[in-house]
Write a protein that binds this ligand. Structure first.
Ligand code: ADP
Ligand code: ASP
Ligand code: MG
Length: 811
């Protein structure tokens, strides 16, 4: 005998039911079968809703009932040839009438008892199983429908009735005597001591199948559902979840207990007792191997079989000195909960015995609080125990695997992963069987937690970065192009996949959780109007794993958002210099946040574009070197100007040409005044450990003060007037065979910027085009300084520096 259970989606439409029939017909020839049917997908929820609405005097219940009726009648019309419809149609209609009478009664009485609710919920399975039975009866005389209430006997705990196994098993043995090859029964329902209808808990058709399988000593029980087996994580959350080929009963129990909805938790026990294998199969892809649940764990190398999670958890903490060393304390606590029939999902007790924490469903938190406060009334009054403390909006995430007991380091890896992703753990429990480790975390973090754990334990080969980019100007555009171009390389060589999840410019913004694919420019154009605060809120609230915020703007309002990311453990990569060059306290605070929340604040491109300047400096310091001096030429604009100015053309003309060729800011004075260079040397000084502000950097400007006044046009006029000044600067340098370079220096706590004469022996002499150069004189490089030199401006190199920071930011 085989027992097959088909779930709600598997019976959710006429097409699905036909599919089921085909699957079953493959077996019919060879086997006797019992088929357990769930309600058509969604029906149980609708029945409950109708009942609640009626009890609340809301007449909308009628529409809901109509919906249920239409679903079933339409399914019949689609499934059966016209000449065969009559009987099952009228039967279903009479069930619908009965259902309507029942709900009208609820409406009139203004009351929905748990007993009536069970009766109400039973209609889903009653209707679907009847339709299925009629479908099989079309071509088989050996198929019959049986009412589960005749043999699944329970107590009267409506909504979650407990099985009377003695009577049930006896009646199931009688069921075997039926002269039928195929027996179809409704799942989920049973009958209580007074014959009233009871139900076995939501999702309980799985349990019906297991009870029946055990009662008839089936060879195998099959659960046909809408996924190809038990997956390594809930596939609705983790796109890379994959089916687990084989799993032990105990592992399956733990996974379902901790929220893997694919099997209803009590299901395993009856089949485990009889050692009946359970096969989870996909109705919509029957040739997929599915998952086999049996006596042993599949061995293999995997230590972790799956990850699951439960939501709507409340954590109850009882604390106080009165608990220390007094035996029977936890007993009283659990008795108080048991008396109220509150299911304890997880327990932790501190080794000092000073506190005990239990996790229960949020819906029972208030009841639990009353029960516990009452049980410990005396101790609370004496002040030796604090009143119960409740935290809500929590979830539990559990790692499950039989083999973890022989593998040290699993919990280290689990909590390390949480730490790196800013996920705060409120309580931890490890089953003494060492078959699971579970952690209570905030519900806001649970999706991220499941994903990062999945990545860590099942996709070691592959990590996803979720990127949000502010600014899509020259650098932003190049960055997006580079990310696209490197896609395959990153997957193959670094096992990294970058999803650009959000983009914002000054006008528009766009979000796509799966990552923006195709033409981002079009998608941004069609996006919502830009609101930076909304953009920031979404990044934080989406709480995706490995999130990186990239700022390729030059706006201070964007720079002001960094703290809100860092304190959520979201990495920040800034091309924008404003934050690193702002007041020291702000810079230091951002660095502190990055350390404190285990994330990265990177801004390599603030100095020398894509050149490894800050990275080199950090490496020197981290490895114990001391910085004695930094000298640098850091302005592409000033290089350009002094490389092109040789007296043959006016200084103002050269500056104009630099501007026309895009080497300067819209107001060239920002570059020529040395302000930008001063910010860069300040950032290097700060990275070297100096508490330095912009005012304390000496700026020996070569621009006559009058050039700094008025508009850009006035500035050019003024430049022309001072041609002799510039000519003199040039001639003096040439006379000594020197070149003019605008040099930034930092040494012994002091920084300065200004024009210098550079002779031919100097590293800075041969510096052309947009090149930047930085010389680090250190303890380890005292005579021959360490030199970093190369293009220090340009969209492509800057974008590649940002790109490198992005990859660095996720470690
Ligand atoms: P049925 O109606 O067939 O009983 P359920 O909806 O009760 O189906 O259970 C199947 C669903 O369980 C899947 O569609 C999936 O969304 C969810 N699920 C949650 N965790 C897991 C998991 N670890 N493996 C497979 N499915 C899971
Ligand atoms: N129909 C019931 C429910 O939705 C039982 C089941 O589908 O297993 O909970
Ligand atoms: Mg189910």
């Amino acid at each position: 005998m085989h027992v097959l259970k088909f779930g709600g989606t598997s019976l959710g439409s006429a097409a699905a039911m036909k599919n089921v029939k085909e699957i079953v017909q493959k077996y019919l020839v060879k086997q006797r079968l019992i088929i357990v049917a769930s309600a058509m997908g969604g029906t149980t929820d609708l029945l409950i809703e109708a009942g609640r609405k009626a009890a609340e005097q809301n007449e909308q219940y009628k529409e809901i009932l109509k919906k249920i009726e239409v679903l079933h009648l339409e399914t019949i019309k689609e499934l059966f040839p016209i000449q065969d419809q009559r009987h099952i149609l009228s039967f279903t209609k009479s069930l619908c009438n009965e259902l309507e009478d029942l709900v009208n009664g609820i409406f009139m009485l203004n009351e929905l008892s748990t007993r009536t609710l069970d009766r109400l919920m039973s209609f889903g399975e009653l209707m679907s199983s009847r339709i299925l039975a009629a479908l099989f009866a079309l071509d088989s005389k050996h198929s019959i429908w049986k009412d589960a209430r005749a043999f699944i006997k329970t107590n009267d705990q409506y909504g979650n009735a407990a099985i009377d196994f003695t009577t049930t098993n006896r009646r199931l043995k009688e069921l075997l005597l039926e002269d039928a090859h195929l027996i179809i029964i409704p799942g989920f329902i049973g009958s209580g001591p007074d014959q009233s209808t009871t139900t076995l808990g939501r999702g309980g058709s799985d349990y019906t199948a297991a009870i029946v399988a055990a009662g008839v000593d089936a060879d195998i029980m099959e659960i046909w559902t809408d996924v190809s087996g038990i997956m390594t994580a809930d596939p609705r959350w983790v796109s890379n979840a994959k089916p687990i080929p084989a799993i032990s009963y105990k592992e399956a129990m733990e996974l379902s207990h901790f929220g893997a909805k694919v099997i209803y938790p009590p299901t395993i026990q009856p089949v485990l007792n009889k050692n009946i294998p359970v096969w989870i199969k996909n109705t919509f892809s029957p040739s997929d191997p599915g998952t086999i649940i049996h006596n042993e764990s599949s061995g293999g190398n995997e230590t972790i079989k799956g990850i699951s999670s439960i939501h709507d958890i409340a954590l109850l903490s009882l604390e106080g000195s009165g608990m220390v060393g007094i035996p029977g304390f936890s007993k009283r606590l659990f008795e108080a909960l048991a008396q109220e029939k509150i299911n304890v999902i997880l327990i932790t007790q501190s080794s000092s015995e000073h506190s005990i924490c239990v996790a229960v469903a949020s819906s029972s938190a208030e009841k639990a609080m009353l029960a516990i406060d009452e049980a410990f009334e005396r101790e609370i009054a004496l002040g030796i125990i604090d009143p119960l403390f409740i935290e809500k909006e929590l979830s539990i995430v559990a790692l499950v695997g039989e083999n973890m007991k022989s593998h040290p380091g699993i919990s280290g890896k689990m909590f390390g992963t949480f730490g790196r992703n800013g996920i705060n753990v409120r309580a931890i429990a490890q089953g003494s069987s060492e078959r699971n480790i579970s952690a209570v975390i905030s519900t806001d973090d649970v999706r991220k937690a499941v994903n990062v754990l999945h990545e860590e334990f099942f996709e070691t080969s592959f990590k996803q970065i979720n990127l949000f980019i502010a600014g899509v100007g020259n650098v932003g555009k190049r960055l997006l192009a580079q990310i696209k171009q490197q896609h395959v390389f990153l997957m193959e060589h670094l096992r990294v996949q970058i999803h650009v999840v959000g983009l914002i410019n000054s006008r528009k913004m766009v979000f796509t959780e799966e990552g923006i694919k195709g033409n981002w420019e079009e998608q941004l154009e069609q996006g919502e109007d830009a609101h930076l605060d909304i953009f920031v809120d979404r990044i934080v609230s989406r709480n995706l794993r490995n999130t990186v915020f990239v700022d390729v703007t030059a706006h201070d309002e964007v720079a002001n958002t960094y703290a809100s990311f860092l304190q959520k453990s979201i990495a920040v990569v800034a091309c924008n210099k404003i934050a690193a060059a702002s007041a020291y306290a702000n810079y230091a605070h951002l660095k502190f946040l990055a350390r404190e929340y285990n994330t990265k604040f990177l801004f390599e491109t603030n100095v020398g574009a894509g050149l490894p300047v800050i990275g080199t400096l950090n490496d020197l310091l981290r490895s114990g070197d001391d910085i004695l001096k930094i000298e640098a030429v850091l302005s592409g604009t000033l290089n350009y100007v002094f490389n092109h100015y040789d007296g043959s053309r006016k200084f103002s003309e050269v500056v104009k040409q630099a501007q026309d060729e895009g080497y300067t800011e819209p107001d060239p004075r920002l570059d020529l005044s040395g302000t930008d260079v001063a910010r860069k040397i300040m950032i290097l000084a700060r990275e070297s450990g100096e508490k330095i502000e912009i005012d304390s950097i000496e700026n020996i400007s070569f621009l006559p003060p009058s050039c700094m006044k008025g508009s850009v046009a006035d500035f050019y006029v003024e430049l022309e007037k001072h041609e002799t000044h510039f000519r003199t600067l040039y001639d003096e340098a040439v006379a000594k065979k020197n070149k003019l370079k605008f040099v930034a220096t930092y040494s012994k706590g002091k920084a300065s910027v200004g024009l210098q004469h550079i002779n031919e022996q100097h590293d800075f002499y041969h510096l052309y085009g947009k090149d930047n150069i930085v010389r680090f004189t250190t303890n380890r490089y005292p005579d021959q300084p360490l030199v970093v030199k190369g293009a220090g401006a340009g969209a492509d190199v800057t974008a590649s520096g940002v790109f490198a920071d992005i990859l660095r930011s996720i470690g």
